[in-house]
Design a protein around this ligand. Structure first.
Ligand code: G3H
Ligand code: 13P
Ligand code: ZN
Length: 311
């Protein structure tokens, strides 16, 4: 088995009414936690690298760690660029062995988004890779880009068919009320995704895979752990998992999760170091962090995505 594209994963997920988890990776322990969980659940998985993660780890390490995970697990694993912001970055990742790239030109006017996405699709398809594009703008923080809630906008279903036809993209991220980061909804309000938009989009794009970004659920056990051991995260609220499960049954084939892994890792390490103040062997706190990432990902695969046993 080698790194695969998401094409077959999405076709099966669409037909089967489940979704593939796309988890952000930054280092070895995160990659191991996710892929050990996927292995135990016999689940296909997407490991995604943001431009910030690529800068942090440099262009080689994460690719080689993902190749190691393929060898260790024998699973179908897709290596994906998350939120690529230029043709040059998408091209560099395809050249480095990524099987999938996202070109995120969602903040640009429609015609510019079409033109840039088309350019990336032509290069990626000529080199055996697939492309995710985005229409509509999510609120929240990615790298250095901060989109205020009032500047975010839902995807307009009337645009999607023309966009997909003109760009040739392989999947489409849409904005239906999710957002990046750990503060997705105002405390005291009822989180509710816009399933009406999702349904209208999928009626216009029958059989076409839809992607949901900003899909962390912000587990309160880890928020509390962080707060208990010196952190300060009041009012951190995520997307209810039952709504993600519902989206996975519909046209959503890829669900992006990063913040939940960060919370599990940081909460575990804070707790460990608070309880073992004399410890200075990194393996002692990174090991439990990796284990809790694994348990979290198993829960997502089985209870939220429904992709267990689908590898
Ligand atoms: O959507 C953004 C992801 O959570 C990646 O975050 O850009 O800080 O690596 P990052
Ligand atoms: P979260 O911040 O909700 O984990 O979203 C991650 C994401 O969309 C990565 O592209
Ligand atoms: Zn995202």
């Amino acid at each position: 088995m080698s790194i695969v594209t998401s094409q077959e994963m999405f076709a099966k997920a669409y037909a089967g009414g489940y979704a593939i988890g796309a988890f952000n990776v930054n280092n070895m322990e995160i990659i191991q936690g996710i892929t050990e969980a996927a292995k135990e659940c016999n689940a296909p998985v997407i490991l995604q690298v943001s431009s910030g993660a690529r800068k942090y780890a440099n262009r080689t390490y994460l690719v080689k760690l993902v190749e190691a995970a393929v060898i260790e697990t024998g699973l179908p694993i897709c290596l994906h660029l998350d939120h690529g912001d230029s043709f040059e970055l998408c091209k560099a990742c395809v050249d480095d062995g990524f099987s999938s790239v996202m070109i995120d030109a969602s903040s640009k006017p429609f015609e510019e988004n079409v033109a840039l996405t088309r350019q990336v699709v032509e290069y990626a398809h000529a080199h055996g890779a697939v492309v995710e594009a985005e229409l509509g703008t999510l609120a929240g923080i990615e790298d250095d880009v901060k989109v205020k809630a009032e500047d975010s906008s839902y995807t307009r279903p009337e645009d999607v068919q023309e966009f997909v036809e003109r760009t040739g993209c392989d999947s489409l991220a849409i904005a239906i009320g999710t957002s990046h980061g750990a503060y997705k909804f105002k405390p005291g309000t009822k989180p509710q995704l816009r399933f009406d938009i999702l349904e209208e989009v999928s009626e216009r794009l029958p059989g076409f895979p839809i992607v949901l970004h900003g899909s962390s659920s912000v587990p309160q056990e880890y928020v509390q752990m962080i707060n208990e051991f010196g952190g300060d995260m009041p009012g951190a609220i995520g997307v209810p998992e039952d709504q993600l499960r519902q989206a996975a049954r519909l046209a959503v084939c890829k669900i992006n999760i990063d913040s939940d892994l960060r919370l599990a890792m940081t909460g575990t390490i804070r707790k460990y170091l608070a309880e073992h103040p004399a410890e200075f062997d990194p393996r002692k706190y990174l090991g439990p962090a990796r284990e809790n990432i694994k348990q979290l990902v198993k829960h997502k695969i089985v209870d939220v995505l429904g992709c267990d046993g689908k590898a």
